[in-house]
Design a protein around this ligand. Structure first.
Ligand code: COA
Length: 157
């Protein structure tokens, strides 16, 4: 696995910190407004950033959301998972997922899930996520996705 060195820490941050990374990595060339979502300002939404010094180099946003196939299990969903290109492959994504799992467990959730881009499927599978159901095209971006899901505890093993 890549190595971030000792200087990268994952912290909860405000939405203003995560939006520039979302924009550059996931919506380059789109209007800045494309990285704003109504859930961003919900009190139960957490924004996490991997910080190299004061610079956000990776981000993810986490919020409670039922995983429909298992409605009896408390679940957290994440969106906007993004690592700056020059920081990819150095363990930042793995760090963000571990912290997301810790937060999910702190809030009593068992499952962590997302609509994962097919281009990132190997990343999720490598962390132990299951890829569920049929693939679909996200109507906003036209990019192929699958649902990915994991027991949050498994990310901490
Ligand atoms: C996908 C992404 C979040 C992964 O973050 P990262 O910091 O590059 O990942 P890490 O360095 O923590 O990688 C962990 C492992 O996953 C592997 N991996 C990373 N990205 C991968 C990919 N796209 N496909 C397959 N494997 C991948 C790494 O090689 C590493 O494997 P190892 O443990 O065997 O060495 C990041 O590459 C990214 O932002 N990509 C572009 C945007 C994107 O697709 N976001 C996800 C939207 S759902």
């Amino acid at each position: 696995m890549g190595d971030t060195g000792p200087s990268v820490l994952v912290r909860a941050v405000t939405v203003e910190v995560v939006r520039p990374v979302r924009h550059r990595v996931l919506r380059e060339g789109w209007p800045e407004a494309s990285v704003h979502t109504p859930l961003d300002d919900s009190p139960s939404t957490w924004h996490l950033a991997a910080l190299a010094g004061e610079r956000a180099v990776g981000v993810v946003t986490l919020f409670p959301d039922t995983y429909e196939p298992h409605p009896g299990q408390r679940s957290e969903r994440f969106r906007w998972m993004a690592v700056l290109p020059e920081w990819q492959g150095r363990g930042v994504g793995r760090m963000l997922m571990r912290r997301a799992a810790e937060l999910a467990l702190d809030r009593g959730a068992e499952l962590l899930w997302a609509h994962g881009r097919d281009s990132a499927q190997g990343f999720y599978e490598g962390l132990g996520f299951a890829v569920e159901g049929d693939g679909f095209i996200d109507p906003e971006t036209g990019i192929g996705h699958h649902v990915v899901v994991i027991a949050a505890r498994a990310l901490l093993d």
